[in-house]
Design a protein around this ligand. Structure first.
Ligand SMILES: [Zn+2]
Length: 443
């Protein structure tokens, strides 16, 4: 009896012994490891990951097809100003720029270089930019593709906002100086689509108008379009009610051949057409990209553009077949936006944020997201030809370098705090920089 009692004591004591001698995973608030050493170990591995840039507007500065809108005069945030010395680093790395400032005189060197490439018309110039930034392929979110962009490396995402503005837009255009710049450009895009469909005026019936929209979506998909893009947060609220088709058709009947609709009537029409486009995006397997962060221009409304306004749409089970990509991650509402990614069809893109913010702060947003839904976060630069100092070329460089730095720092902290292993961290890095986004599109 004595012997068996001893055995029982040993058996009981064994799990306790194991618990005290084996390091079972447990995360902790303070880093237990050497964050700097982990960062140094991870960085070269992360630099080798070829990137898929999920949101960019590549192009030369004078190409009107780069975007469906222009940049109104604005008070630029600190890092985006031409005084940012990182821009000199970017052009030295990309082009071997021989000067150490961006004075008007020296920038002529850059302008000459790019206009020579533009005149040459080949695809090598932008291919080389991607190569230098370690980008395998990039989205080209543009009104139309350009012959100087290699279709094997640049994948077209086209704009659909203009379908929401077919009537007399006098009242919208007069809202503030920014709208005065934006809305006429939307009208131009709609006219372009009408030309594409061979019509000189809006169809008589609402059903035919919806048929015209579908025709453009299908044609643009055949021309290589992989997703549709809304920048509608610049023009109106991101809250879309759920009006009946009859209500929208009544507005169309009244205004398609003239007259300025009252704001409520116009909104009813737009809410219906927006949801129609969301459904078509699901049917045609064209993911829906939505601008969801603070935008350019001094009049951008943070309240109207708040990404949470989209909650009733992205969490609507009727749209489970539609993939939503929340471009620019709803910034500054980044703490809130990640909870929308609980939906299997909702993804968060980080473009613009890694250039608006410095890496020291971008790292914190990225870390929170990777700690919550790491498989739903995708990378983008928002490269765009803002000015001769900040062209899309420089932004590709700044975006990729800032993001790799912030990503490595976020993962190093997570490893040192016992949240993930290095193997898991590198899987997250590959997901963020490439795999998560690429899985959404046909090869
Ligand atoms: Zn953009």
């Amino acid at each position: 009896m004595v012997a068996s009692k001893a055995v029982t004591i040993v058996a009981l004591a064994l799990p306790v012994l194991l618990l005290t001698t084996t390091a079972w995973p447990q995360s902790h608030a303070l880093p237990a490891g050497d964050v700097q050493a982990i960062y140094k170990r991870l960085l070269p591995q992360i630099e080798r990951i070829k990137i898929f840039d999920h949101h960019a507007h590549p192009g030369f500065g004078d190409d009107p097809d780069v975007d469906a809108q222009a940049t109104p005069p604005q008070h630029l945030p600190y890092r985006a100003r031409e005084t940012n010395p990182e821009l000199v680093t970017a052009v030295k790395a990309l082009f071997g720029y021989p000067y150490s400032d961006l004075s008007d005189e020296h920038m002529r060197w850059l302008a000459d270089r790019s206009s020579k490439a533009e005149k040459g018309g080949g695809t090598e110039y932008f291919d080389a930019i991607l190569d230098k930034c370690g980008i395998e392929a990039s989205v080209a979110n543009r009104v139309a593709m350009a012959s100087y962009l290699n279709p094997k490396r640049f994948r077209w995402v086209f704009f659909v906002d203009s379908f929401l503005f077919p009537f007399d837009n006098k009242s919208v255009t007069g809202e503030n100086p920014d709208q005065g710049v934006y809305i006429p450009l939307q009208e131009k895009v709609l006219h372009r689509y009408m030309q594409q469909a061979g019509i000189s005026r809006l169809p008589d019936s609402f059903d035919d108008y919806l048929g015209f929209i579908t025709r453009i979506l299908e044609e643009n998909q055949k021309k290589g379009g992989i997703a549709i893009k809304f920048e509608v947060a610049y023009f109106r609220s991101l809250y879309f009610s759920d009006p009946s088709k009859d209500a929208a058709a009544a507005v169309y009947r009244q205004y398609h051949s003239g007259g300025v609709p009252a704001p409520e009537a116009y909104t009813t029409f737009q809410d219906y057409v927006f949801r129609y486009l969301v459904r078509e995006g699901g049917r045609l397997h064209l993911p829906v990209h939505l601008h969801t962060a603070v935008g350019e221009g001094d009049y951008f409304s943070l309240r109207r553009g708040d990404v949470l306004n989209l909650e009733n749409v992205v969490k609507d089970p009727r749209y489970l077949a539609t993939t939503f990509v929340l471009i620019h991650g709803g910034y500054p509402y980044f703490r809130e936006v990640i909870w929308l990614a609980s939906m299997k069809n909702v993804y968060i893109d980080t473009s613009e944020i890694e250039v608006l913010l410095y890496p020291s702060e971008f790292k914190n947003a990225l870390k929170l997201w990777l700690e919550t839904y790491p498989e739903k976060i995708t990378f983008g630069t928002d490269a765009y030809p803002y000015s001769s100092a900040l062209g899309s070329e420089q932004e590709y460089w700044l975006g990729t370098h800032s993001a790799r730095d912030a990503l490595t720092a976020a993962l190093a902290e997570m490893i040192a705090s016992g949240e993930v292993t290095e193997v898991e961290a590198l899987k997250m890095a590959r997901g963020y920089l490439h795999d998560n986004a690429i899985s959404l599109y046909p090869r």
